[in-house]
Design a binder for this molecule. Structure first.
Ligand code: ZN
Length: 207
């Protein structure tokens, strides 16, 4: 039994213009545009993952609008076994800060992989606001309306999928740190992918 390099999908949030609203979506604070930053970080993450031996596909590679369903299909076509959705959070409460990670309810693998990712992000980002759980489940139903955003992002990805909200653009400290070194937040993806390879690869071999 040995580990193997699983196929990874990176899903940089937003991009392009919404077809209905004809505007950019995602967090925009001053000159910080979430769609652009998460794309740049995802390109770097892809290079890191490929260097580490993981075949990696991106659901968008430029400033284009891609619907949630199409994103999931692109990941599926590439036979991705794990997907990381890359976003930056925003809130009306400027005190909300830190990284939040969402997993689908009941997916224990995703929870374990998310924990490995979180253990590797720099300390500052792990100091989640008390009302902002660091690891949360995307809800299965419509009960918690505020949770619909994570659910919409993840629902078309049948493989193990993890939504990374990399800090809050609406928190001044987070924003400054994202601008100075936001890339540091995606470096742990390689470790998370290695762990996922151990976990998911082993399970497939055991089947
Ligand atoms: Zn977003």
């Amino acid at each position: 039994m040995s580990d193997r390099n699983i196929i990874v999908a990176l899903d940089p949030g937003h991009g392009g213009r919404d077809w209905l609203m004809r505007r950019r979506t995602g967090a925009q604070v001053g000159n910080f545009v979430e769609a652009d930053w998460v794309l740049e970080w995802s390109h770097k993450a892809r290079r890191d993952l490929v260097d580490a031996g993981f075949p990696t596909v991106m659901t968008r590679t430029s400033d284009e609008h891609v619907r949630f369903r199409e994103r999931g299909q692109r990941a599926l076509r590439a036979k991705a076994e794990i997907a990381f959705h890359v976003h930056v959070n925003a809130s009306i409460d400027p005190e909300y800060q830190g990284v939040t990670v969402y997993t689908w309810p009941g997916n224990q693998d995703a929870l374990a992989i998310a924990s490995v990712f979180l253990a590797c992000v720099p300390e500052h980002w792990r100091a989640g606001h008390r009302r902002n759980p660091i690891v949360a489940h995307a809800p299965r139903d419509e009960e918690e309306a505020w949770m619909n955003a994570p659910r919409n992002v993840m629902r078309h990805f049948p493989m193990t999928s993890i939504l990374l909200e990399l800090g809050f653009a609406t928190n001044p400290t987070d924003l400054q740190m994202l601008k100075l070194g936001g890339e540091s937040l995606i470096v742990p993806l390689v470790k998370a992918a290695r762990f996922a390879g151990t976990l998911l690869g082993r399970q497939m071999w055991a089947d």
